[in-house]
Design a protein around this ligand. Structure first.
Ligand code: GLC
Length: 799
């Protein structure tokens, strides 16, 4: 690729070659957009104007100023933006990304492309190659299997319904082509804003290169400055959007099963939860609630009175969530299908007629969520369900999944569908050439679910403006965090899947998806009592905690496994509710800054290779290191503690053994009841009392667990737990010296306090001589327990 011409505008710099172009802009500080256009014929090169390009993922559209410096002798043109610069070599068509200090962050070794004339539309292959220094780690890539560092792997981005999936299955349901490079403690980000089918080879084929390939005509890349992983993530989520704060109830315990037969069974699940004194906030209704798999209907023989059921559940503090699949049964007389036909809302095949396939409904047609009128129509379809009292929606099969294709009177299994008649099909979905308005499926397949989730989210905001939407989705694309939580699809009750879920959720979190979970204790297969316990212990820290299982598998509600599993599971579900002040605050932070609740250790130890390899442990927020047991029969586990001082805080309580220095490997004792955890020096954790269900996030009882250090900082966000009313933000700042520890509390926001009791548990302080500002205090086994008045502002501990 060679460029011989340059056009300069205040916010846009474009390099032109015989048939290629490279366009540079800056939408945000520390972010550059670089459109690599290798294919002739796509844009009007002669007129020196690139075709505008639609983005499904990006929500920040500012245009910041750029400056340009040319170094003719070195053959360089340097494009300077706030926080980053790009050094382009027009002769070679390559670039180097640098920090303001001049340090090299990334290097593009070239890009190229081909257009292959084809019927009905041309096909493309566009490639871009990044240099991969041997000591660089590659994190992110959305919902992918494997270790945290994806070096040595190859991924396809093509949303796919896979049952069952395995620890090496690719692709899965989500396509988020975002990665974070990490080298020598410095992070940078790369996002390919392409909805087309993509592939990436992460230094697998060639250990010195990361190669991206798109089936589309260009490579629209965004480059993000760090220097820390959290900085990259803040910038990436400023570009693609942040997750809205979910309703508090959706952070409670969720129970689901494909196979609950009817309203009677739903009632008995709720009754049994309560009879066993188990916390529960919501129950899901899977596909069997519909009449003949017709979306937006109820099977009245199974659910004679859905509103009555919702009311009874509500009286127990339980919400209902219904599954909503995109495929619409193609049956004349069925209102949803009739409206879709009349409005021209459906995906069409290459020949122009409505595309028909089979999913749960047969035959089925597919709404085209890439078009706005279709999204508006679909959004409004939520109305009757909202009025019935359904509190949340579960979007599934939205890759979209399609098991068979129909052509006239014949149906074809996807794998043997005749391409000549039905188009090329990859995975159980629609053909590449299916029509979405004037786009083809190959271009928009990966954003189908994003459009569906957007339709639901925007519809719900309009239909119930006083409530926060709760949406759960299986498929998605970059930006899905704006609308929905994500669960990792059809896993199995394997120990390997329990372990895998950690790296998968960490990867999703590093790709902007903060609200996520995996089915506990596995969707397919047979779980054991031990697995239920170990998976619930891990799930207690998933942002989304749902027990779900497949039809035909043994039931796996907590009481199905007997004792001691039931009691231990109850203890952990209760701990989940105790953790809610912290988890809710973390979800609030996610909505403000894009950082996930579950974070890899390496996030705060970016130059520590040992921390990078720890993908079977994680941090909840910044302060709490969680090392769940992930293997059968184990009573101990190894864990690496990164830099810092760590207070053992097993099972959210003080445990034997003293504070540990970090940068060391430790062996933790973890009998079945126990999850090893440590609280970082300077960190604080806000806990409340257990409850059977959530009510408000304006906590009546609060206990702060504070690991005293020269500097302590902690935050708490509170509000009603629902809606868009008043909130209160509390900040604790502590300062410790040899002879005293002072803690100051400030608050902000209009929400009046509901506090009845507030306790501070201060760790790592020697026995105090005097405590000022407390209502009462005691020193018990190395812990200073302090009761404070609701409106306290200052505590001083003299040592
Ligand atoms: C898909 C979903 C699963 C659901 C089932 C039936 O397999 O991933 O969670 O239970 O469909 O709707």
């Amino acid at each position: 690729m060679r460029f011989n011409d340059l056009s300069l505008e205040p916010t846009r710099v474009t390099f032109w070659g015989a048939s290629a172009a490279l366009e540079i802009r800056s939408p945000l500080p520390g972010v550059l957009r670089v459109r690599h256009i290798p294919s002739p014929g796509h844009s009007s090169m002669a007129a020196r104007e690139l075709a505008a390009k639609h983005s499904w993922s990006v929500v920040a559209h500012a245009e910041l100023p750029l400056s340009v410096r040319q170094d003719k002798a070195a053959g360089l043109t340097v494009v300077q933006a706030e926080g980053l610069s790009l050094e382009v070599r027009p002769e070679q068509g390559t670039w180097v990304l640098r920090e303001p200090g001049g340090r090299e962050l990334a290097r593009c070794e070239g890009f190229s492309g081909e257009t292959m004339p084809d019927y009905p539309v041309n096909r493309y292959r566009s490639r871009l190659s990044l240099h991969a220094p041997p000591d660089e780690a590659w994190l992110g890539f959305g919902e992918k299997v494997g270790t945290l560092d994806k070096r040595g792997m190859h991924f396809v981005f093509w949303n796919t319904d896979v049952v069952p999936h395995h620890p090496d299955t690719d692709p899965l349901y989500q396509s988020i082509p975002f990665s974070m490079g990490l080298r020598g403690g410095t992070a940078w980000g790369f996002f390919l804003d392409e909805s087309w089918r993509l592939e990436v080879d992460v230094a697998a084929e060639d250990p010195t290169r990361v190669r991206w390939e798109s089936a589309g005509p260009e490579l629209d890349a965004y480059l993000f400055a760090g220097p820390l992983p959290a900085d990259v993530l803040r910038r990436y989520t400023a570009l693609t959007g942040r997750p809205p704060l979910p309703p508090l109830w959706s952070l409670g315990v969720q129970q689901s099963r494909w196979g609950y037969e009817n309203a009677r069974e739903i009632r008995s699940v709720i009754r049994d939860y309560r009879a066993h004194q188990l916390p529960l906030d919501c129950v899901y209704l899977d596909i069997d609630y519909m009449e003949g798999y017709k979306v937006w209907t109820w099977d009245r023989s199974r659910y004679p009175d859905p509103a009555g059921l919702a009311g009874e559940a509500a009286a127990q503090g339980v919400k209902l969530v219904t599954i909503i699949d995109p495929a619409v049964k193609a049956e004349p007389g069925y209102r949803v299908y009739d409206e879709a036909l009349a409005g021209d809302y459906l995906v069409r095949n290459d020949r122009g007629s409505v595309l028909l396939g089979e999913v749960w409904p047969k035959p089925a047609a597919f709404p085209d969520f890439t078009r706005e009128p279709v999204r508006t129509w679909w959004g409004q379809l939520h109305r009757a369900f909202v009025e019935t009292g359904v509190a949340g929606f579960w979007n599934d099969m939205n890759e979209p999944a399609c098991f068979r294709l129909i052509n006239g009177n014949e149906t074809f299994p996807i794998n043997s569908a005749p391409a000549a008649d039905l188009g090329k099909v990859e995975g159980p979905t629609l053909p590449h050439d299916a029509r979405h308005g004037d786009r083809r499926h190959l271009e928009v397949h990966n954003v189908y679910a994003l459009g569906m989730a957007r339709a639901a989210y925007e519809g719900l905001r309009e239909l119930a403006p006083e409530r926060r939407p709760f949406l759960l989705t299986r498929a998605g694309a970059a930006g899905i965090q704006r609308y929905a939580a994500v669960w990792t699809g059809d896993n199995s009750s394997y120990w390997a899947h329990l372990e895998l879920s950690i790296a998968m959720l960490l990867g999703l979190g590093l790709s902007g998806v903060a609200f996520s979970g995996a089915d506990v204790p596995g969707f397919l297969g047979r779980a054991t009592g031990e697995m239920l316990v170990r998976w619930t212990q891990l799930g207690a820290f998933y942002p989304l905690l749902r027990n779900h299982s497949a039809k035909g598998t043994p039931y796996q509600e907590p009481w199905r496994f007997g004792e001691p599993y039931l009691s231990i599971t109850r203890e952990w579900l209760e701990r989940r509710y105790r953790l809610l002040p912290t988890l809710y605050t973390l979800m609030y932070e996610a909505s403000q800054e894009g950082l996930p609740a579950m974070r890899p250790l390496v996030m705060y130890a970016p130059d520590d290779q040992e921390a990078l390899r720890m993908d079977d442990a994680f941090l909840l927020g910044r302060e709490l290191l969680v090392a769940p047991v992930i293997r059968q029969g184990r009573s101990h586990r190894h864990v690496y503690l990164p830099e810092g001082r760590w207070l053992p805080f097993f099972d959210l309580g003080l445990s034997a053994g003293g504070v540990r220095e970090g940068r060391q490997h430790v062996l933790a004792e973890a009998p079945l009841r126990t999850v090893p955890m440590w609280l970082r020096a300077g960190g604080a954790l806000a806990l409340t009392e257990p409850a059977l269900h959530t009510t408000s996030a304006n906590w009546a009882h609060l206990t702060w667990h504070i690991h005293a250090a020269p500097r302590v900082e902690a935050h708490l966000y509170e509000d009603a737990g629902e809606g868009y009313g008043a909130s209160r933000r509390t900040r604790l700042v502590g300062e410790g010296t040899a002879d005293r520890f002072v803690l100051e509390r400030t608050t902000e926001g209009a929400l009046p306090s509901a506090r009845e009791t507030e306790t501070l548990c201060l760790y790592a302080l020697t026995e105090p001589k005097e405590v000022l500002g407390a209502r009462e205090h005691r020193y018990v086994e190395d812990v200073l327990l302090v009761e404070v008045e609701a409106g306290w502002t200052r505590l001083e501990v003299r040592l």
